[in-house]
Design a protein around this ligand. Structure first.
Ligand SMILES: [Zn+2]
Length: 378
Protein backbone atom coordinates (compact mmCIF):
# COMPACT_ATOMS: atom_id res chain seq x y z
CA UNK A 1 0.00 0.00 0.00
CA UNK A 2 1.40 3.36 -1.03
CA UNK A 3 0.59 6.72 0.52
CA UNK A 4 1.75 10.23 -0.41
CA UNK A 5 1.75 13.01 2.17
CA UNK A 6 2.09 16.42 0.53
CA UNK A 7 2.26 20.14 1.38
CA UNK A 8 4.37 19.63 4.46
CA UNK A 9 7.29 21.41 6.09
CA UNK A 10 9.73 18.54 6.60
CA UNK A 11 12.31 18.61 9.38
CA UNK A 12 15.24 16.42 8.35
CA UNK A 13 18.81 16.22 9.68
CA UNK A 14 19.85 18.31 6.65
CA UNK A 15 17.42 21.13 7.36
CA UNK A 16 13.81 22.26 7.01
CA UNK A 17 12.13 22.37 3.61
CA UNK A 18 8.70 22.33 2.01
CA UNK A 19 7.99 19.06 0.33
CA UNK A 20 6.29 15.69 0.32
CA UNK A 21 6.99 12.06 0.99
CA UNK A 22 5.77 8.66 -0.06
CA UNK A 23 5.30 5.68 2.20
CA UNK A 24 5.11 2.04 1.21
CA UNK A 25 4.73 -0.97 3.51
CA UNK A 26 5.35 1.21 6.55
CA UNK A 27 8.59 2.71 5.26
CA UNK A 28 9.55 6.02 3.69
CA UNK A 29 10.30 5.43 0.02
CA UNK A 30 10.73 8.98 -1.24
CA UNK A 31 11.38 12.41 0.25
CA UNK A 32 10.76 15.23 -2.23
CA UNK A 33 10.96 19.01 -2.37
CA UNK A 34 8.22 21.41 -3.48
CA UNK A 35 4.98 20.14 -5.03
CA UNK A 36 4.25 16.43 -5.04
CA UNK A 37 3.69 14.88 -8.46
CA UNK A 38 0.07 13.73 -8.54
CA UNK A 39 -2.34 13.65 -5.66
CA UNK A 40 -1.45 13.08 -2.05
CA UNK A 41 -2.86 13.68 1.38
CA UNK A 42 -2.28 17.44 1.80
CA UNK A 43 -1.33 18.58 5.27
CA UNK A 44 -1.70 22.27 4.41
CA UNK A 45 1.87 23.31 5.19
CA UNK A 46 2.04 21.74 8.60
CA UNK A 47 5.36 20.68 10.11
CA UNK A 48 6.36 17.01 10.10
CA UNK A 49 9.09 15.69 12.39
CA UNK A 50 10.22 12.11 12.98
CA UNK A 51 8.41 10.16 15.69
CA UNK A 52 9.78 10.77 19.17
CA UNK A 53 12.01 8.24 20.94
CA UNK A 54 11.74 8.26 24.75
CA UNK A 55 14.44 6.25 26.52
CA UNK A 56 13.21 7.04 30.04
CA UNK A 57 9.55 6.79 31.00
CA UNK A 58 7.67 4.97 33.75
CA UNK A 59 4.10 5.17 32.49
CA UNK A 60 1.11 7.36 31.68
CA UNK A 61 -2.67 7.40 31.42
CA UNK A 62 -2.94 6.06 34.95
CA UNK A 63 -0.73 3.04 34.26
CA UNK A 64 2.75 2.34 35.54
CA UNK A 65 5.32 -0.03 33.94
CA UNK A 66 6.73 -1.00 37.35
CA UNK A 67 3.37 -2.62 38.19
CA UNK A 68 4.16 -5.36 35.67
CA UNK A 69 0.56 -5.54 34.44
CA UNK A 70 0.82 -6.19 30.71
CA UNK A 71 -2.56 -4.68 29.76
CA UNK A 72 -1.89 -1.52 31.74
CA UNK A 73 1.63 -1.25 30.35
CA UNK A 74 0.16 -1.45 26.85
CA UNK A 75 -2.23 1.33 27.82
CA UNK A 76 0.68 3.53 28.97
CA UNK A 77 2.59 2.89 25.73
CA UNK A 78 -0.54 3.66 23.69
CA UNK A 79 -1.04 6.92 25.56
CA UNK A 80 2.50 8.11 24.82
CA UNK A 81 2.20 6.91 21.21
CA UNK A 82 -0.82 9.18 20.90
CA UNK A 83 1.46 12.04 22.03
CA UNK A 84 4.05 11.24 19.37
CA UNK A 85 6.35 8.73 21.11
CA UNK A 86 6.62 6.05 18.42
CA UNK A 87 9.49 4.25 20.19
CA UNK A 88 9.76 3.87 23.95
CA UNK A 89 11.64 2.06 26.65
CA UNK A 90 9.68 1.01 29.75
CA UNK A 91 11.50 2.21 32.85
CA UNK A 92 11.24 0.35 36.13
CA UNK A 93 12.13 1.76 39.54
CA UNK A 94 14.02 0.13 42.38
CA UNK A 95 12.25 -2.94 43.75
CA UNK A 96 13.25 -6.29 45.22
CA UNK A 97 15.19 -8.39 42.66
CA UNK A 98 12.41 -10.99 42.45
CA UNK A 99 9.88 -8.24 41.70
CA UNK A 100 12.13 -6.72 39.04
CA UNK A 101 12.65 -10.10 37.41
CA UNK A 102 8.92 -10.82 37.33
CA UNK A 103 8.12 -7.38 35.91
CA UNK A 104 10.85 -7.64 33.28
CA UNK A 105 9.55 -11.02 32.22
CA UNK A 106 6.01 -9.63 31.85
CA UNK A 107 7.19 -6.58 29.89
CA UNK A 108 9.31 -8.78 27.59
CA UNK A 109 5.99 -9.96 26.12
CA UNK A 110 5.19 -6.37 25.08
CA UNK A 111 8.66 -6.02 23.57
CA UNK A 112 8.04 -9.14 21.53
CA UNK A 113 4.75 -7.62 20.32
CA UNK A 114 6.63 -4.49 19.24
CA UNK A 115 4.75 -2.16 21.61
CA UNK A 116 7.84 -1.16 23.57
CA UNK A 117 11.46 -1.17 22.44
CA UNK A 118 12.97 -2.51 25.63
CA UNK A 119 13.21 -2.42 29.40
CA UNK A 120 15.17 0.05 31.50
CA UNK A 121 16.15 -0.87 35.04
CA UNK A 122 16.48 2.41 36.95
CA UNK A 123 18.19 0.96 40.02
CA UNK A 124 18.46 -0.96 42.27
CA UNK A 125 22.24 -0.24 42.20
CA UNK A 126 22.00 3.47 42.94
CA UNK A 127 23.13 5.84 45.68
CA UNK A 128 21.21 6.17 48.92
CA UNK A 129 22.28 9.82 49.06
CA UNK A 130 20.79 10.47 45.58
CA UNK A 131 17.87 8.05 45.50
CA UNK A 132 15.19 10.61 44.58
CA UNK A 133 11.86 8.79 44.42
CA UNK A 134 13.39 5.30 44.83
CA UNK A 135 12.74 3.40 48.06
CA UNK A 136 16.04 3.66 50.00
CA UNK A 137 15.27 0.42 51.87
CA UNK A 138 15.40 -1.53 48.58
CA UNK A 139 18.68 -0.16 47.21
CA UNK A 140 21.43 -2.75 46.77
CA UNK A 141 25.13 -2.99 46.10
CA UNK A 142 25.85 -3.99 42.50
CA UNK A 143 25.98 -7.77 42.23
CA UNK A 144 27.19 -9.41 39.04
CA UNK A 145 25.31 -12.70 39.43
CA UNK A 146 22.10 -10.95 40.40
CA UNK A 147 22.38 -8.55 37.45
CA UNK A 148 22.87 -11.50 35.11
CA UNK A 149 19.65 -13.04 36.42
CA UNK A 150 17.75 -9.79 35.89
CA UNK A 151 18.97 -9.61 32.30
CA UNK A 152 17.94 -13.24 31.75
CA UNK A 153 14.46 -12.51 33.08
CA UNK A 154 14.03 -9.88 30.36
CA UNK A 155 14.75 -12.44 27.59
CA UNK A 156 17.04 -10.16 25.61
CA UNK A 157 14.87 -7.06 26.02
CA UNK A 158 16.72 -5.35 28.87
CA UNK A 159 18.26 -2.37 27.08
CA UNK A 160 19.41 -0.04 29.85
CA UNK A 161 20.59 -0.06 33.47
CA UNK A 162 20.93 3.10 35.55
CA UNK A 163 23.75 2.60 38.05
CA UNK A 164 25.86 4.75 40.40
CA UNK A 165 29.51 4.37 39.35
CA UNK A 166 30.92 4.91 42.87
CA UNK A 167 29.30 1.85 44.44
CA UNK A 168 31.35 -1.30 45.16
CA UNK A 169 31.49 -3.63 42.11
CA UNK A 170 29.75 -1.00 39.96
CA UNK A 171 32.52 -0.91 37.38
CA UNK A 172 32.34 -4.70 36.97
CA UNK A 173 28.58 -4.57 36.48
CA UNK A 174 28.97 -1.73 33.97
CA UNK A 175 31.45 -3.88 32.02
CA UNK A 176 29.07 -6.86 32.23
CA UNK A 177 26.22 -4.67 30.96
CA UNK A 178 28.24 -3.67 27.92
CA UNK A 179 29.04 -7.33 27.25
CA UNK A 180 25.32 -8.23 27.49
CA UNK A 181 24.29 -5.43 25.11
CA UNK A 182 22.73 -3.42 27.94
CA UNK A 183 23.40 0.33 27.89
CA UNK A 184 24.97 1.44 31.18
CA UNK A 185 23.50 4.78 32.22
CA UNK A 186 25.23 6.67 35.02
CA UNK A 187 22.95 8.42 37.47
CA UNK A 188 21.21 8.55 40.84
CA UNK A 189 24.83 8.88 41.85
CA UNK A 190 26.96 10.69 44.42
CA UNK A 191 30.13 10.06 42.40
CA UNK A 192 33.00 12.50 42.15
CA UNK A 193 34.28 13.76 38.80
CA UNK A 194 36.99 11.06 38.86
CA UNK A 195 34.61 8.25 39.82
CA UNK A 196 32.30 9.29 36.99
CA UNK A 197 35.19 9.21 34.50
CA UNK A 198 35.96 5.68 35.74
CA UNK A 199 32.31 4.75 35.10
CA UNK A 200 32.57 6.08 31.54
CA UNK A 201 35.85 4.24 30.99
CA UNK A 202 34.11 1.03 32.10
CA UNK A 203 31.40 1.59 29.47
CA UNK A 204 28.87 4.06 30.89
CA UNK A 205 27.43 5.88 27.87
CA UNK A 206 24.26 7.66 29.02
CA UNK A 207 23.64 10.18 31.81
CA UNK A 208 20.32 9.45 33.49
CA UNK A 209 18.40 12.76 33.75
CA UNK A 210 21.47 14.99 33.92
CA UNK A 211 21.44 17.39 36.90
CA UNK A 212 18.69 15.51 38.76
CA UNK A 213 19.77 13.05 41.48
CA UNK A 214 23.49 13.89 41.32
CA UNK A 215 25.81 16.45 42.96
CA UNK A 216 25.51 19.92 41.38
CA UNK A 217 28.22 21.57 39.27
CA UNK A 218 30.77 23.34 41.40
CA UNK A 219 33.83 25.19 40.15
CA UNK A 220 36.25 23.50 42.57
CA UNK A 221 34.47 20.16 42.62
CA UNK A 222 33.01 19.57 39.13
CA UNK A 223 31.33 16.28 40.05
CA UNK A 224 29.56 13.98 37.60
CA UNK A 225 27.86 16.70 35.55
CA UNK A 226 31.07 18.12 34.06
CA UNK A 227 32.44 14.63 33.44
CA UNK A 228 29.27 13.48 31.65
CA UNK A 229 28.83 16.66 29.61
CA UNK A 230 32.40 16.79 28.37
CA UNK A 231 32.87 13.19 27.28
CA UNK A 232 32.07 12.39 23.64
CA UNK A 233 31.11 8.84 24.60
CA UNK A 234 28.15 9.99 26.70
CA UNK A 235 24.63 11.01 25.70
CA UNK A 236 22.90 13.10 28.36
CA UNK A 237 19.19 12.83 29.14
CA UNK A 238 17.35 16.08 29.88
CA UNK A 239 13.88 16.43 31.39
CA UNK A 240 12.51 19.61 29.83
CA UNK A 241 9.26 20.07 31.74
CA UNK A 242 9.94 23.48 33.28
CA UNK A 243 10.23 21.88 36.73
CA UNK A 244 13.21 19.52 36.83
CA UNK A 245 15.83 21.83 35.28
CA UNK A 246 15.98 25.60 34.72
CA UNK A 247 16.00 26.52 31.00
CA UNK A 248 19.40 28.22 31.42
CA UNK A 249 20.90 24.94 32.66
CA UNK A 250 19.23 23.04 29.81
CA UNK A 251 20.89 25.45 27.37
CA UNK A 252 24.22 25.05 29.15
CA UNK A 253 24.04 21.27 28.82
CA UNK A 254 22.84 21.21 25.22
CA UNK A 255 25.49 23.74 24.24
CA UNK A 256 28.23 21.61 25.78
CA UNK A 257 27.04 18.21 24.57
CA UNK A 258 25.39 19.34 21.33
CA UNK A 259 22.18 17.89 19.83
CA UNK A 260 24.09 14.75 18.81
CA UNK A 261 24.68 13.85 22.46
CA UNK A 262 21.51 15.22 24.05
CA UNK A 263 18.34 13.14 24.43
CA UNK A 264 15.05 14.59 25.61
CA UNK A 265 13.25 12.23 27.97
CA UNK A 266 9.98 12.52 29.83
CA UNK A 267 10.65 10.43 32.98
CA UNK A 268 6.84 10.40 32.94
CA UNK A 269 4.89 8.44 35.52
CA UNK A 270 1.30 7.19 35.67
CA UNK A 271 -0.18 10.68 36.11
CA UNK A 272 0.91 11.84 32.63
CA UNK A 273 -2.30 12.55 30.75
CA UNK A 274 -4.35 12.36 33.94
CA UNK A 275 -5.47 14.89 36.52
CA UNK A 276 -3.86 15.78 39.82
CA UNK A 277 -4.18 13.14 42.53
CA UNK A 278 -2.40 10.24 44.24
CA UNK A 279 -0.56 7.61 42.15
CA UNK A 280 1.80 4.69 42.78
CA UNK A 281 5.38 4.69 41.47
CA UNK A 282 6.71 1.19 42.10
CA UNK A 283 6.53 0.73 45.87
CA UNK A 284 6.23 4.50 46.51
CA UNK A 285 3.23 6.85 46.58
CA UNK A 286 3.26 10.10 44.65
CA UNK A 287 1.01 13.15 44.90
CA UNK A 288 0.51 15.19 41.75
CA UNK A 289 -0.40 18.84 42.19
CA UNK A 290 -0.56 21.28 39.27
CA UNK A 291 1.02 18.54 37.15
CA UNK A 292 4.11 18.25 39.40
CA UNK A 293 4.71 14.77 40.88
CA UNK A 294 6.21 14.55 44.36
CA UNK A 295 6.70 11.73 46.85
CA UNK A 296 3.89 11.77 49.38
CA UNK A 297 6.26 11.13 52.28
CA UNK A 298 8.83 13.90 51.77
CA UNK A 299 7.99 16.05 48.75
CA UNK A 300 10.92 14.88 46.56
CA UNK A 301 10.22 15.31 42.83
CA UNK A 302 9.12 11.89 41.56
CA UNK A 303 9.14 11.67 37.80
CA UNK A 304 7.05 13.98 35.65
CA UNK A 305 3.75 14.29 33.84
CA UNK A 306 5.57 15.36 30.69
CA UNK A 307 4.92 14.03 27.19
CA UNK A 308 7.45 14.18 24.34
CA UNK A 309 5.37 16.58 22.21
CA UNK A 310 5.46 19.09 25.05
CA UNK A 311 9.19 18.49 25.64
CA UNK A 312 9.84 19.07 21.92
CA UNK A 313 7.85 22.30 21.85
CA UNK A 314 9.52 23.58 25.03
CA UNK A 315 12.95 22.81 23.56
CA UNK A 316 12.21 25.12 20.63
CA UNK A 317 10.18 27.75 22.50
CA UNK A 318 11.82 27.92 25.94
CA UNK A 319 15.30 26.62 25.25
CA UNK A 320 15.77 28.32 21.89
CA UNK A 321 16.82 25.26 19.89
CA UNK A 322 16.16 25.14 16.15
CA UNK A 323 13.66 22.60 14.78
CA UNK A 324 16.53 20.51 13.44
CA UNK A 325 18.32 20.54 16.81
CA UNK A 326 15.17 19.77 18.82
CA UNK A 327 14.33 16.96 16.41
CA UNK A 328 17.79 15.44 16.87
CA UNK A 329 17.34 15.57 20.65
CA UNK A 330 13.83 14.09 20.54
CA UNK A 331 14.38 11.41 17.89
CA UNK A 332 17.69 10.73 16.16
CA UNK A 333 20.01 10.93 19.17
CA UNK A 334 17.93 8.63 21.40
CA UNK A 335 17.47 6.29 18.40
CA UNK A 336 21.25 6.14 18.15
CA UNK A 337 21.51 5.35 21.87
CA UNK A 338 19.31 2.32 21.19
CA UNK A 339 21.28 1.38 18.07
CA UNK A 340 18.15 1.90 15.94
CA UNK A 341 19.41 4.86 13.88
CA UNK A 342 19.18 2.91 10.61
CA UNK A 343 15.47 2.17 11.18
CA UNK A 344 14.03 5.20 12.94
CA UNK A 345 14.91 8.69 14.21
CA UNK A 346 14.76 10.78 11.04
CA UNK A 347 12.69 11.37 7.94
CA UNK A 348 14.91 9.49 5.53
CA UNK A 349 14.32 7.05 2.70
CA UNK A 350 14.40 3.46 3.96
CA UNK A 351 13.43 4.26 7.53
CA UNK A 352 10.07 3.48 9.12
CA UNK A 353 7.35 6.08 8.51
CA UNK A 354 7.16 7.11 12.17
CA UNK A 355 5.98 10.71 11.93
CA UNK A 356 4.61 13.50 14.09
CA UNK A 357 2.53 16.33 12.56
CA UNK A 358 2.65 19.71 14.32
CA UNK A 359 0.55 22.81 13.74
CA UNK A 360 2.04 26.29 13.26
CA UNK A 361 2.27 26.69 17.05
CA UNK A 362 4.18 23.35 17.23
CA UNK A 363 1.29 21.63 18.97
CA UNK A 364 0.62 17.98 18.19
CA UNK A 365 -1.80 17.42 15.34
CA UNK A 366 -1.12 13.92 14.08
CA UNK A 367 0.91 10.77 14.69
CA UNK A 368 1.85 8.00 12.26
CA UNK A 369 3.61 4.79 13.22
CA UNK A 370 4.94 2.35 10.63
CA UNK A 371 2.92 4.13 7.94
CA UNK A 372 -0.42 3.97 9.80
CA UNK A 373 -2.12 7.02 11.31
CA UNK A 374 -2.40 6.51 15.05
CA UNK A 375 -3.87 9.97 15.27
CA UNK A 376 -5.13 11.41 12.00
CA UNK A 377 -4.32 15.11 11.46
CA UNK A 378 -7.33 17.45 11.63
ZN1 LIG B 1 13.03 7.71 36.10
Amino acid sequence: MSLTVSDVRLVTPEGVHDGWLTIEDGKITHVGRGQAPGNGRSLGGRTVVPGFVDIHTHGGAGASYPDGDVDKAAQAAAFHLGRGTTTTLASLVTAAPATLARTASALADLCEQGLIAGIHFEGPYISKARCGAHDPALLREPDRAEFRELVRAGRGHVRMLTIAAELPNALDVIRDAAAEGVIAALGHSDATYEQTIAGIEAGGSVATHLYNAMPPLSHRDPGPIAALLQDDRVTVELINDGVHVHPAMLRLAAHESGPGRTALVTDAMAAAGMGDGRYPLGPMTVDVEDGVARLTENGTIAGSTLTMDVAFRRTVREMGASLVEASAMASLTPARVLGLQDEIGSISVGKYADLVVLDEDLRLDGVMRRGVWVREPA
